[in-house]
Design a protein around this ligand. Structure first.
Ligand code: PHE
Length: 448
């Protein structure tokens, strides 16, 4: 790789920065609400630990042994040369597709930071009107913030691994931890904290469906940024002496902790004001703003802290989505980082504009295919089909097509022979099957 390597701490922060994103703070609480609280949380913990950590180890292995960009590593590490694996590395395009709409959402968050400084909506109705008018008619504001995100992430990625990615994560991640701690301590002091805790940790298995298990697997995947060449790319810049098993565990544990803490904070605030845990965008952009209002004088401070925290989490994830393709262009075509970064950023920027236009009433009929607009299609195709598909490619590749001896030489000293065997078994057979089930179910091709 042409840029300097991460420090050990810098790598963990960057990987955690990628993993902790909108998925933890926004998606985890609402899927938990929707799929029955405690039982879902337990299943999610198990999948994050077993499936998540196992694939993290696989991705760190590819990066550590491959030492290149995501596309080249698949090609170079395959045992049989002249192989089709060179195409698998193009999973690195998936995060650029995700980034198109993710950037628009980070833009909404910026707008809500501004709203929190001015005045919060006093009722859910008002809150809904504010969000819907932003979404369906305020092209200018959305475009402006999307452009701000574009400029911000491009200028960071230009500076490379050490001076760009590592540096920004070293600033934003500790700040994020601080803000979440403040919000968490505050929510412990609120009466409904115990109600939130029992909602999240009392497992009622009668509420658990097979659908919930599948959603939990999908969520564990998305939230750990797996199957997209991201962790693989970061791992290629790992410092030489890093224990990849410990690092994988640490990344998964921190990411999960953030999701749990965010869930506890959000449910405490919602329950305290008797608000609903609405689906999707509604939770963060409709329910919570009016809940913050009801907290009176401290409400706008809570709102500012909350939205700033999500913005930080979002930006560090957004940066990680750019790096795989940037490093591919730099590595394979000898492009300067500036040129590579601009090509990738312009791609997501333009696609993002199309995505946000598809929510605007005047343009939406043109950007509608079947029952979804472009924005929803991008989210659906990338996070429910391409991400698990990328995951399958990673585990099948590592399990069946890489040099087993090389993998053993890395893993046996860390895991011992028995655990290495279990890891191989999971990666070869169980995880690919689980992921196929996820894709079949979420696309509606076959419901379990
Ligand atoms: N893991 C991030 C989150 O939880 C999402 C993400 C998706 C990050 C794709 C990188 C790539 O929000």
């Amino acid at each position: 790789m042409s840029t300097a390597r991460f420090s050990r701490f810098g790598f963990i922060l960057a990987a955690v920065g990628s993993a902790v994103g909108l998925g933890n703070i926004w998606k985890f609480p609402y899927v938990t609400g929707e799929y029955g609280g405690g039982a879902f949380v337990l299943v999610y913990l198990l999948t994050a630990l077993f499936i998540g950590v196992f694939i993290l180890i696989a991705e760190l292995l590819i990066g550590k042994l491959g030492q290149s960009d995501a596309v080249s590593m698949f090609e170079n590490l395959a045992v049989k040369k002249k192989n089709i694996w060179k195409y698998a590395g193009f999973i690195a395009i998936v995060p650029l597709i995700i980034l198109s709409y993710y950037s628009v959402v980070i833009g909404w968050i910026f707008h809500y930071i501004a709203i929190s400084f001015q005045s919060l909506p006093s009722t859910v109705e008002e809150s809904k009107n504010i969000f819907m008018s932003l979404l369906t008619s305020d092209l200018q504001t959305q475009l402006m913030y999307h452009t701000v995100v574009f400029v911000l992430v491009t200028s960071i990625i230009l500076k490379g691994i050490k001076d760009g990615i590592e540096k920004i994560n070293k600033i934003l991640m500790p700040l994020l931890a601080l803000i979440l701690t403040i919000l968490f301590v505050y929510s412990i002091s609120v009466d409904s904290f115990s109600k939130a805790a029992s909602f999240m940790f009392n497992a009622d298995f009668t509420k658990l469906s097979s659908e919930a298990v599948i959603v939990a697997i999908g969520q564990a995947f998305y939230t750990l940024s797996l199957g997209m060449g991201i962790i693989i790319t970061y791992a290629a810049s790992l410092p030489k002496k890093v224990n990849i098993v410990k690092s994988s565990l640490l990344i998964a544990v921190i990411d999960t902790l953030v999701a749990l803490v965010a869930g506890l904070i959000i449910f405490t605030l919602l329950f305290d004001k008797g608000a609903e845990s609405t689906k999707g965008a509604g939770l963060v952009f409709i329910s919570l703003p009016s809940v913050f209002y009801e907290f009176g004088s401290i409400g706008s401070t809570l709102a500012i802290l909350f939205f700033v925290a999500i913005a930080f989490a979002g930006i560090t994830s957004a940066i990680s989505m750019l790096e795989p393709m940037v490093s591919y262009f730099v590595n394979r075509f000898n492009y300067s980082r500036v040129k590579a970064a601009l090509i990738c950023s312009i791609f997501f920027y333009v696609l993002g504009i199309a995505a946000l236009l598809s929510n605007i009433t005047d343009y939406s009929p043109m950007l509608m295919v079947g029952d979804k607009n472009l924005f929803d299609w991008l989210d659906f195709v990338s996070s429910t089909i391409l991400v698990p598909l990328g995951g399958i490619l990673v585990v099948v590749f590592v399990g069946h097509f890489m040099d087993k001896e090389k993998i053993n030489a890395e893993l046996i000293p860390l895991l011992g022979t028995a655990f290495t065997k279990i890891w191989f078994f999971m990666v070869r057979y169980i995880i690919p099957m689980a992921l196929i089930i996820v894709i079949l179910n979420e696309t509606g091709l076959f419901k379990f």
